[in-house]
Design a protein around this ligand. Structure first.
Ligand code: G3P
Length: 230
């Protein structure tokens, strides 16, 4: 499963890219606004960071349109696509967004259809030749629904018809969401940096490492007769 970082924060992206474990970045207007920086500059900087870190060349950076009609979205997205081949156009799950998605597909430009909350929306995004569909699992769970059940249903529908659209699990809130996404066979999970850090750490790993360090120091003291200085 590919892991994307869901942030517009440059420091977080640098740290995540340095691990070599990520495959892309997603942003949205809320995340961009939080950083208070110029949008094109942020997207271009993200692409550069991923390239400089040697991330595999199939990485994508999603940049979301802010217009509401298909012609406006197409104009906006064509501008984004010129910035770099790794920039893909994020479109809303609306009729206009799906019309725009088809036009981008005809032009060979990849799209990410966002704010998906139902299997039928995902079916239509696949029919519109979206490159990625982004179901928001956390927001579904927040309202008492079952976000991961939606992922499983979308995977089933796409398998039934051989749709190539990638299922990206968005609105991830915890390591459990990542685990469940992987078990459900999601293509991508986009996760906040904090959750990415939580994937790596485990209290038993820390405990085990401390024990190994102590045992090795004791052993060295025993065979050399010299106590470590610190
Ligand atoms: O970027 C889309 C999505 O991941 C946002 O998540 O936490 O605002 O529901 P959240």
């Amino acid at each position: 499963m590919y892991i994307y970082i869901d942030t517009g924060n440059i420091d977080e992206i640098k740290k995540a890219a340095a691990t070599g474990l990520i495959n892309g970045v997603t942003t949205n207007p809320t995340l961009i606004a939080k950083e208070g920086k110029d949008f094109p500059t942020v997207i271009k900087s993200i692409v550069k960071i991923l390239k400089d870190a040697g991330i595999r060349d199939d990485f994508t950076v999603s940049a979301e349109v802010n217009s509401t009609t298909a012609p406006e979205m197409i104009k906006e997205g064509l501008g984004y696509a010129k910035w770099d081949k790794h920039v893909i156009v994020k479109l809303p799950m609306t009729t206009e967004g799906l019309v725009a998605a088809q036009e981008f597909a005809r032009r060979g430009i990849r799209t990410n259809v966002t704010l998906c909350f139902s299997p039928n929306q995902a079916l239509l995004a696949a029919k519109a030749n979206a490159f990625i569909i982004s179901p928001f699992v956390g927001r579904i769970d927040d309202t008492g629904g079952d976000g991961m059940a939606l992922i499983k249903e979308i995977k089933q529908i796409y398998a039934n018809y051989g749709y190539k659209t990638k299922v990206l699990v968005a609105s991830v809130r915890s390591p459990s969401h990542v685990r469940e996404a992987a078990l459900a066979g999601a293509d991508i999970a986009t996760i906040p940096y904090k959750v990415f850090e939580q994937l790596i750490g485990h209290p038993l790993t820390d405990k085990g490492l401390a024990q190994f360090a102590k045992d090795y120091a004791d052993y060295k003291t025993k065979i050399t007769g010299v106590k470590p200085t610190k």
